[in-house]
Design a protein around this ligand. Sequence first.
Ligand code: SAM
Length: 153
Amino acid sequence: MQVKTGPFDSAGITFIGRIHTPWKDRLECPRQGRPDGPTCRIELFHPWHQALDGITDFERLEILYWLHHSRRDLVLQSPANDGSLRGTFALRSPVRPNPIGTSIVKLLRVEGDSLFVRGLDCLDGTPLLDIKPDRTLFTPIAPPQPGDFQTEQ
Ligand code: SAM
């Protein structure tokens, strides 16, 4: 089923929902979500609700979100705040040129346009980018392609 999307500019990112969590301040959030963390609600915007068809086949999902309060201009950072520097791409810091966060969550239930999950670490109101089955649980449904059988010579 095709739906009208956009408007797109640059990479064409479109927010497909909003994440509701107990955390109102970045300093309260977990550094990384945990499977026994608090239940959070992922709200899907219209017209994406039907895209949840089949989702309950998966116990775990990968959630991608936009860490919208992050600065985006640091190449080196000091995560421990002690002056020692590390490259942004060697970290999972929210501060990055394209502040995409990902978490593997446990799916508890689906109610209407909402998923209830555990395992998130983001602020209340964080924009949702995408939802995918956990890759370790997913077997491609589409037929294989030549690249699937290709290995290093
Ligand atoms: N699990 C994700 C990952 O590894 O890609 C995100 C990890 S990041 C270290 C999580 C931290 O980002 C939180 O502890 C909080 O300080 C910060 N954060 C959470 N939500 C945010 C938001 N909407 N905008 C900016 N920073 C946020």
